[in-house]
Design a protein around this ligand. Structure first.
Ligand code: C2E
Ligand code: CA
Ligand code: CA
Length: 708
């Protein structure tokens, strides 16, 4: 997964966790709010319903109190005996006997007053069995009440009235006969009063389920009330009592459970929050780790290719625009891995990583791009040479790993960041320079130059031309004679590739390495083998030598291909010699050996080409079973210079002949060289002196000339 993908994935997950948590919280809060609303509404409604009931009960209590006194008054006032007695002499005594005396201790009234028909004279006035002054006790209201009662006749007038000590209910009614016959004279008025005292309130309270009922001058906060009004409608006091608040009572009952539920909910929400937060944090850490991993190399801890490109991309256009990128490739790292194992190779990478990271203060970032390839970003004004020398100096001394001394070199490709070239292009340029540095040999540093691109372009063009040339048979074979050193007779011919183009001939020294590099060598090799065999079939009795590239020899299918080609063309394998250079023996000895052994089994011979210009030893000749060795042209031409070259050459040749390996001398240009080499023991000669490479046609006519 790329860092972007990983990052995006984790971001989506984090977002969904946060969203889920928030959803959860919101839903929980909304539910809590709804529940709270329901509970408070229910509580309040229950309280209000009961308060309304209590208020109705209070009014009913007052009404019952009024009704009772009113009924008592009517029972006594509408009474034939009373009517007669009050209008007769001795009325006061009668009144006392029937009412005043009773008032001493009577539950229905506390006092009784009889006012004469003149509405002012007191016939009888007793309170709690004792005479009293109603005018003084009740004030002027009393006479208004009496007036009203006298006027209203039959119905009793009942009102609350303020007394000296509190509030009393007073009912007044004209004293009249039960049966009314004709017009009555002016009547006396009977008034009963009952103190609205604690005792009465207690009774009302228990009768009407109004706990805590009492009288108060004014409404009291927190208490329910109902006003008590007098005859004129003025408020004389208030009945007050506490609300039973049954809803609140119920709420008090369930409160512990509600509280517990709220605490649990809060804990739960806190838990959800914590879990959500920790999960989000964990995912964030994962994302950070994924991003780090995607941008870093696990072995060295340095940036990787992606990380480097990201860094270069971020720095694009900023003040921190790196002026230079250096690619460093280790020389000989593969050999370390092969020789000491990968653990040591890994250690070396780590040591080199550390050293590169700290090599110069202007090197602000180091990345590992591949096995043994590093990139350094320089920001600053230090010269390129200074940085390159610093880097190369790190490899001047061998590294010490577990007591082993390990020597590796480095090649450097540098590229300056011009204008606003994109990071990939910068990397490509440095890579280009590195490629050239490695081509030039180890321990080199090269800076990118547009010429490198142009050259690459030319090579690419040449490659495609070469491909076409191999395909359409434009590559031809010419043949150079190989003659016997003793008789001078032509014994064989060496096939050499020729590429003639419209703009001139291209040397095999150029197109052979090109074909090797771009993977065309197998096709070219087969083509050369095929063409030269086809020609050689016309020259029976002569041996054919064909040059084979080390790259071909390393191809495991090479031997089979050659054998089937020989079968197809019906060519005797014993006539064929394959010339190979020593390089392959060094780089891939096992595969080379397999191919050589396989081909030798069918009778094909092998010649070691260019002997003496490289490292190949006579021992290697034997080891690989070469049938012949060809002394390199450079050794032959060296014979012309006055040096001890001739002695070395002679010694080499005699060593080979002692080992019964015949020697060919190539590149002979004059008879002096020919004489020396013949005397030194070469049995075969080749060179411009004997014959230049010629077309097949020329060879055929030359052979005919000789035969004639
Ligand atoms: P080589 O195999 O050593 O071939 C001999 C080269 O020396 C040839 O160059 C030949 O023309 C040149 N030569 C021969 N006698 C003289 C002489 O007296 N004086 C001088 N100055 N040069 C002489 P050429 O044809 O240019 O080939 C160069 C190399 O290219 C060959 O070296 C061989 O390694 C490679 N090559 C040529 N054709 C083929 C091929 O078909 N396949 C492969 N794999 N390599 C080929
Ligand atoms: Ca050759
Ligand atoms: Ca040669």
């Amino acid at each position: 997964m790329s860092s972007n993908l990983a990052g995006r994935h984790v971001r989506t997950q984090t977002f969904s966790i946060i969203a889920t948590t928030v959803c959860f919280l919101v839903i929980a809060l909304v539910l809590t709010g709804l529940m709270a609303h329901v509970v408070t509404t229910m509580t309040r409604s229950a309280n209000e319903i009961d308060d309304a009931r209590a208020t109705r009960a209070a009014r009913a209590a007052v009404a019952a109190f009024v009704d009772r006194l009113s009924a008592t008054t009517t029972d006594n006032a509408v009474w034939d005996d009373a009517y007669k007695a009050i209008s007769a002499p001795g009325a006061a005594d009668w009144a006392y006997e029937n009412w005043g005396k009773t008032s001493a201790d009577y539950p229905l009234y506390d006092g009784a007053v009889v006012i004469g028909p003149d509405r002012s004279s007191i016939i009888s006035a007793y309170a709690k069995g004792k005479p009293f002054q109603p005018g003084t006790y009740f004030g002027a209201s009393f006479y208004r009440q009496v007036d009203k009662a006298a006027d209203s006749g039959q119905a009793p007038v009942v009102n609350f009235i303020k007394t000296k000590t509190g509030i009393a209910l007073i009912a007044s009614q004209a004293i009249q006969p039960f049966e009314k016959e004709g017009e009555l004279p002016k009547l006396s008025v009977l008034s009963f009063y009952k103190e609205f005292n604690a005792e009465v309130l207690a009774t009302l309270s228990s009768e009407h389920e109004l706990e805590g009922l009492r009288l108060a001058a004014a409404p009291e906060p927190g208490l329910l009330n109902t006003p008590i009004t007098d005859l004129k409608g003025s408020v004389v006091g208030h009945l007050v009592w506490p609300s039973k608040a049954p809803g609140s009572a119920v709420f008090q009952g369930v409160y512990p459970y509600v509280a517990a539920a709220v605490i649990i909910l809060v804990l739960f929400l806190a838990g959800v929050l914590l879990v959500g937060a920790s999960e989000a944090r964990r995912l964030n850490q994962l994302a950070q780790a994924a991003i780090f991993e995607a941008n870093h190399d696990s072995l060295s801890g340095l940036l990787n290719r992606h990380g480097l490109l990201t860094l270069l991309g971020e720095s694009e256009g900023s003040d921190f625009s790196p002026p230079r990128l250096y690619l460093v490739d280790l020389d000989g790292f593969k050999a370390v891995n092969d020789a000491w194992g990968h653990a040591v190779g890994d250690d070396l990478i780590r040591i080199v990583s550390k050293a590169l990271s700290a090599c110069h203060p202007e090197v602000v970032a180091v990345a590992r791009l591949g096995g043994d390839e590093f990139a350094l970003v320089q920001v600053g004004t230090a010269a390129r040479k200074e940085i390159e020398e610093t880097i190369l100096a790190l490899f001047a001394e061998p590294f010490k790993i577990d007591g082993r001394t390990i020597e590796v070199g480095a090649s450097i490709g540098a590229a300056a960041r011009e204008r606003d070239i994109p990071p990939l292009e910068l990397l490509r340029r440095a890579d280009m320079a590195l490629y050239r540095a490695k081509e030039n040999g180890r321990g080199r540093a090269i800076e990118y130059d547009p010429e490198l691109d142009r050259e690459r372009l030319r090579v690419a063009e040449l490659e495609s031309l070469l491909k076409d040339a191999i395909g359409d048979g434009t590559i031809e074979a010419v043949f150079q004679p190989l003659v016997s050193a003793t008789t001078g007779a032509v014994t064989g011919l060496e096939a050499l590739a020729r590429w003639r183009t419209a703009t001139g001939n291209i040397s095999p020294e150029i197109f052979i390495p090109l074909a090797e590099r771009c993977g065309l060598i197998d096709a070219l090799g087969v083509h050369m083998l095929k063409t030269s065999i086809e020609h050689a079939r016309n020259w029976p009795g002569l041996a054919l030598s064909v040059n084979v590239s080390p790259v071909q020899l390393c191809n495991p299918e090479f031997a089979d291909e050659v054998i089937s080609l020989l079968e197809d063309l019906d060519f005797d394998p014993r006539r064929l010699t394959l010339e190979i250079t020593e390089g392959v023996l060094m780089t891939n000895p096992d595969q080379a050996r397999r191919s050589i052994d396989h081909l030798k089994q069918v009778g094909i011979k092998f010649a070691l080409d260019d002997f003496g210009c490289g490292y190949a030893s006579i021992g290697a000749l034997r080891q690989f079973g070469f049938d012949r060795m060809k002394i390199d042209r450079s050794l032959v031409s060296a014979l012309d210079q006055a040096s001890n070259g001739a002695d070395v050459l002679k010694a080499t040749i005699s060593l080979a002949t002692a080992l019964q390996i015949p020697v060919t001398a190539e590149g002979i240009e004059n008879s002096r060289q020919a004489t020396i080499l013949r005397e030194a023991g070469c049995d075969q000669l080749q060179g411009y002196l004997i014959g230049k490479p010629m077309s097949a046609l020329d060879i055929s006519s030359k052979l005919q000339e000789q035969a004639a």
